[in-house]
Design a protein around this ligand. Sequence first.
Ligand SMILES: NC(=O)C1=CN([C@@H]2O[C@H](COP(=O)(O)OP(=O)(O)OC[C@H]3O[C@@H](n4cnc5c(N)ncnc54)[C@H](OP(=O)(O)O)[C@@H]3O)[C@@H](O)[C@H]2O)C=CC1
Ligand SMILES: CC(=O)C(=O)O
Ligand SMILES: [Mg+2]
Length: 770
Amino acid sequence: MSKTDKPALSDFEEAALFFHRYPKPGKLEIQSTKSLGNQRDLALAYSPGVAAPCLAIRDDASTAAEYTARSNLVAVVSNGTAVLGLGNIGPLASKPVMEGKAVLFKKFADIDVFDIEIDAMEINRIVDVVAALEPTFGGINLEDIKAPECFEVEEQLRAKMKIPVFHDDQHGTAIIVAAAILNGLELAGKDIASAKIVASGAGAAALACLNLLVTLGAKRENIWICDIEGVVYEGRTALMDRWKAVYAQKTDARVLADVIGGADVFLGLSAAGVLKPELLKQMADKPLIMALANPTPEIMPEEARQARADAMICTGRSDFPNQVNNVLCFPYIFRGALDVGAMAINEEMKLAAVKAIAALAREEPSDVAARAYSGETPTFGPDYLIPSPFDQRLILRIAPAVARAAMETGVATRPIEDMEAYLDKLNRFVFRSGLIMKPVFTAARSAEKKRVIYADGEDERVLRAAQVVIEEGVAIPTLIGRPQVVETRLKRYGLKIRAGTDFELINPEDDPRYRDYVELFLKYTGRQGVTPETARTIVRTNSTAIAALAVMRDEADAMICGLEGRFERHLRLVGQIIGKSGGLRDFSALSLLISQRGTLFLTDTYVTVDPDAEEIAEMTILAANEIRRFGIEPKAALLSHSNFGSKDSESAEKMRRATAILSERHPDLEVDGEMHGDAALSQALRDRVFPASRLTGEANLLVFPNLDAANITLNVVKSVTDALHVGPILLGAARPAHILTPSVTSRGIVNMTALAVVEASQRLDTEKQL
Ligand SMILES: NC(=O)C1=CN([C@@H]2O[C@H](COP(=O)(O)OP(=O)(O)OC[C@H]3O[C@@H](n4cnc5c(N)ncnc54)[C@H](OP(=O)(O)O)[C@@H]3O)[C@@H](O)[C@H]2O)C=CC1
Ligand SMILES: CC(=O)C(=O)O
Ligand SMILES: [Mg+2]
């Protein structure tokens, strides 16, 4: 076909080309992990400083893991001979796929990758090229190299190299396929030892899957293979090799239709459209159809479903349920292997990964996984045999299991000494808030259990958070919500907690305490123009009011609300019912931003529009006390457009007065102002304009002159730096109460719960400190 005869591209294909081309061609770039800001940095990074690590590594090769990026660096190597289901398109054309694998490694497991496309087709040449790369890498991921060459290549490289060599299309696929088959057979009530498995494709992926299934108990005599030549039978000579021959059957059957009858599993790792709907009718009860060819499966799910309503169907694609794709495995098996400096990825490590993936599908789905599926949240069943690729728990389950298996089988050169610390590290990668929140969670878990009441008890995020809060022993939740709605949603989201046994439920439409709540509400608000009629309506319809009343009746130690509606309306109720801590002028809000650069607290991001100097001083102290709960000593900067007296505007003067109040009343607090935002974050800048500043290093608490400045900064920084927001943390309430925002995630609710628990257990006497 000449260039001009090319078929028109679909919108999706056009979008894919645009995506790859802009704003920079490709999907990868190299980033430096050290700043090279001055002459000295250059001297350290390069000549002459670089000689020191070179010589250290010459004398002790293991130190390469300390002085270079090697231990976290994987080569994704392909010669382009079996690229997805596109076939032999050559090494250069395979580069987008290899760049793709690289970004998946980075995104899902923080592993750095060089994609290496090699123009090498013969086994010996591939082996020579790859083996010569050993000094550069901590591991080798072979990709899209066709069978049978790939088997020989991998065998030889594994024998030659002392780092893991893993052919992803074989073993990554086999691990995830095995996990899906174990779960699928269990759901169908079948035993792997008697299951009939019919495979289409006898290439890298299919043979590795079958080998692993045999290790897991499948019987060779129950396995049938068809490839492009038809059935693999004893005596066949065309397109045979010793790896395929292992599965040759003594039979007269010659095509797929001859062997599919009574099959429990169809394993397609071949090409588009190979499985015709009429063949499905001959399969056993509740058949498992794994149509895994990419990008177009052996049969489209809707066709398969039409032919067999009882079938469980998997594809390799992300636009259907049950995505069986090696992306669920390769980032995490390498994470575990690299973290122990494994010399190989052995059978035990692979089996550990299979078990971890199969078990994870049976846990409650995470909220992120739930969001990855639009609509219904999946729970373990025919449409959810394996976890979603976006399930953040994949790394938390697979990597430690693999690392442990490596240590137990003696292939780990750097065994993990403290498994708990390792899990913490993985958790921090998944939940960026992990590190800074750790002291808060530790304190919450070790405190006497506190009861936290959630106004939005019917919200999916609250239900998920409640499950975590109970599992992690952070608090005892009380939810406000209609029992029927809560019950239905818990089931729909696959959550195991139940009202009555795991948490208390307050039904706003029918609770025996209703009259008491109304009476108490009138006690607080009767003199503020609230009539008994209004009070009854509010207590029946407003769950924030109920939560606040429950806290005041000592039925809960802390409350969380605000997932719907406006902040100010919730604050008004909290103010009316719970009120401010004695002596305080106002509430204020503290926001914690967690970004790549570090953590920063900002105040007042939600409450007082234009605080005066006294209020600024008050919110600074409240914020400083809160920050200490994180195990951090506050360093406060009072911000302004003026830098240490450079301007005389009213707001600059206000911040100067607030600084003076703080210095006088709280000499122990490290605070200074008024100053520019950049001066707050740089000692060098301050030294230039005001070397006598009381602030040292970087401020961790930024106090703004008004609500506009604080709230705008919060939202802009959050968006520009992709920072995570913990908060708003309401300061100044007489009892712990937090009003979250509609964009909060369930992890955010868990974080705020832990904080509320700590506040409840160590209620600081803020009045005394002011
Ligand atoms: N979902 C996932 O995670 C993964 C999916 N795959 C998919 O599996 C497929 C195979 O990949 P891989 O094993 O690496 O490639 P290989 O080239 O090693 O193997 C392909 C196999 O499919 C066979 N085949 C090709 N066309 C047909 C056909 N029409 N009928 C029956 N068999 C056929 C080939 O037969 P012969 O040797 O006789 O030519 C060969 O045995 C690809 O579509 C790939 O995208 C692969 C890895 C992971
Ligand atoms: C997913 C994958 O590796 C493949 O289709 O080749
Ligand atoms: Mg592949």
